[in-house]
Design a protein around this ligand. Structure first.
Ligand code: MSP
Length: 639
């Protein structure tokens, strides 16, 4: 084993475990896994960190809704993440939880330093707060009727004593840093956004919440809880020993790469470097900002109710197939729409037809013609030599794209080589050579086996399980470092002819198929016209809301004005024509179903921001869609 010379430290954001991970959150972690595996292949001493952001108001509210203590709720949610990450082979070196003692020690230490330095002072916060984003928002940033500019949820008004960090003091230092480190943020366009934000003038940052109890208390002032982002960002150093193991901290810090989504750039590109500057800690080397996974036109997110479960995808399509699809089809720095049909087509064409088929037809032909082992075959046939010579170019191109986090281009370049190998197989007609030119036959098989061996190495970061399966079927039992891939012995005896990838016969999602069956069988043309396709259905958002208050609308017989709690989605006003059917006392506290993305409309001068779902209104019979199960919480999405 060669000595590892360089280190590489890569991180993901730590996730809020108020809900289960979905394909969007899986995506961030997958990118980090690909980067970590790639650097391990390059023999770097790699450390890959992920974890959970357990504190803050959002988690407090989720725990209250679930009827659990904060810690119980966080503990309960952890396996949801660990199981999905494990299923998808996300091979992190450490899983940090912000409720752990080592993390708390790191946060306390950082805030002690900032306090001692005089960069934190006590004052009063007057403004707004968005709980889903855990962000302080100023009046000028608000959208429309007090909505968060990032997630459009109604913000809360906050007025409380708070500690502030002197962010404004770091404005020039930050601008200088960006100037001297133009590659700090990838892509470059994000860097420009950050620079113009900082240039527009930095205000001091509120870093404590008195009204939030679930978190880490401010040193020497336990009435104040450290703001969840101040707490969370520190994970990148607490996880590697800041506050507990200085030697480990020195091994891995500064981080080589923080991978983050485009919604959390400001926290990582402005606040985090400023905290580190204030504490005289070196800054991370790079931020890689990725786009969103979209469903239709909107971001996949729990609050929008359009999430895809990674576990269901894994069982329907296969783990490595999904990993490949995400890496191949979505350029990291752009948004990408998830599409079931595209996923199936990719599996069938790139994976089953091109790669899988090349492996199986080569090995099947070799075994059928008595070749089970090959050892250092002398390659002299011109076209075989030409294929061998292509490798250095393929490798250089692939590596270059991988080092720039252009996974889609790296894979595209590798697939060009796989297509080339398939044409080579067709042109050489090895099934004919097997009968009349045994020497050339073994050269062709050798060249393809050797190429597959190298391809499997390059594919390992994206498809670890399939890469190992390819290697096993050619008798290579261990993955090598990229600089020592000198394989010349192959053994096909364990290859049993089974396909590397199973073709997906029906190229639509199960949910789409349900709609299709209905379409086929229905004789009612009128109803057929009203069918929604699956994409339309994803646009419909029905959520559980708890009615907090109910007042008669003046001068109306049938209208109530309701205040309805949608949990993490905020509170809304709903005007509803149900006053003839229920008294106010009968409906206050009920949890009912509401359509929450109907365009808001004015009824008797009052804005209605959702529609209650009921049956039978208009007649004497009437029933609301209610939920009496305690597991159902305001804000839960139906579907
Ligand atoms: N807890 C903070 C991060 C603190 S890091 C010190 C947070 N958590 S989050 O769970 O809301 O989001 C974590 C990451 O998941 C973000 O980078 C976010 O961009 C990413 N994604 C959430 N939904 C996503 C998609 N639909 N697509 C791609 N990434 C998405 O923010």
């Amino acid at each position: 084993m060669q000595k590892k010379t360089e280190k590489f430290y890569v991180t993901t954001p730590i996730y809020y475990p108020n809900s289960k991970p979905h394909l969007g959150t899986l995506y961030t972690t997958l990118l980090a896994d690909i980067v970590a595996r790639w650097n391990k292949l390059k023999n770097k001493n790699t450390f890959f960190l992920t974890g959970l952001d357990e504190h803050g108001q959002k988690m407090e509210e989720a725990a209250n809704h679930a009827g659990k203590t904060f810690q119980e709720f966080a503990d309960l949610m952890v396996p949801n993440f660990e199981n999905v990450w494990k299923k998808f082979d996300l091979n992190y070196d450490k899983f940090i939880r912000t409720s752990s003692e080592e993390h708390k020690a790191g946060v306390k230490k950082l805030f002690e330093i900032l306090l001692e330095k005089g960069d934190i002072y006590k004052s009063e916060y007057q403004g707004f707060y968005c709980t889903p984003c855990e962000t302080f928002i100023t009046q000028t940033d608000l959208l429309g009727d007090q909505l968060c500019p990032s997630c459009s949820t109604k913000v809360k008004t906050v007025s409380e004593e708070s500690y502030f960090f002197k962010l404004s003091k770091y404005q020039d230092k930050l601008l200088n840093f960006y100037k001297n480190n133009p590659d700090f943020i990838s892509p470059n366009s994000r860097m420009n956004e950050v620079i113009s934000f900082v240039e527009s003038g930095l205000k001091d940052l509120c870093v404590s919440r008195k009204s939030v109890k679930w978190g880490i208390s401010m040193p020497k002032d336990p009435e104040h809880t450290i703001y969840v982002w101040g707490d969370a960002l520190t994970n990148y150093i607490s996880a590697i020993g800041f506050g507990s193991d200085q030697e480990k901290m020195q091994t891995f810090w500064p981080a080589d790469l923080h991978i983050i989504g485009k919604d959390i750039v400001r926290f990582h590109a402005v606040f985090w470097p400023a905290f580190l500057m204030a504490a005289d800690i070196e800054l991370p080397k790079k931020l890689l900002v990725h786009g969103f996974i979209l469903m239709g036109d909107s971001k996949m997110s729990k609050s929008k109710g359009n999430v895809i479960s990674p576990l269901e995808l894994a069982s329907d399509y296969g783990v490595d197939q999904v990993r490949y699809y995400l890496a191949r089809h979505i350029p990291v720095t752009q948004d990408g729409t998830f599409d079931f049909e595209e996923l199936s087509n990719t599996i069938n064409s790139d994976l089953a037809n091109s790669l899988g088929n090349l492996l199986s037809r080569t090995l099947t032909l070799a075994k059928k013609n008595g070749i089970e082992n090959l050892d250092s075959v002398l390659v002299k046939d011109q076209s075989c030599v030409q294929v061998e010579n292509l490798w250095s170019e393929v490798f250089a191109l692939f590596s270059n794209h991988m080092d720039k986090y252009e996974f889609h281009l790296a894979l595209a370049s590798l697939w060009k080589f796989i297509f080339k190998l398939n044409s080579f197989f067709q042109e050489k007609k090895p099934w004919v050579l097997a009968k009349n030119n045994a020497d050339e036959f073994s050269q062709v098989i050798f060249v393809i086996a050797k190429s597959l061996c190298k391809i499997a190495h390059l594919l390992y970061p994206v498809m670890p399980e399939k890469a190992l399966q390819i290697l096993k079927s050619i008798g290579v039992n261990q993955i090598a470092n990229l600089d020592s891939m000198n394989f010349s012995k192959f053994d096909f005896s364990s290859f049993d002819g089974s396909a590397l990838f199973v073709r997906i016969e029906n190229s639509k999602s199960e949910k789409d198929q349900v709609v299709d069956t209905k379409n086929k069988n229905s004789k009612d043309e009128k109803l057929k016209e009203e069918f929604l396709n699956f994409k339309d259905w994803l646009k419909v958002k029905i959520a559980v809301g708890q009615i907090l208050s109910c007042d008669k609308v003046e001068k109306s017989e049938k209208l109530y004005k309701l205040e309805v709690d949608f949990g993490a989605l905020g509170k809304r006003q709903v005007v509803s024509g149900i006053a003839k059917f229920r008294t106010s006392e009968q409906i206050v506290n009920l949890k009912c179903a509401f359509l929450i993305n109907l365009e808001p409309r004015k009824i008797m001068g009052l804005e209605s921001q959702a529609m209650i779902l009921a049956a039978g209104s208009g007649s004497d019979k009437f029933s609301l869609t209610t939920f009496d199960n305690t597991d159902v919480q305001p804000g839960d999405i139906l579907g």
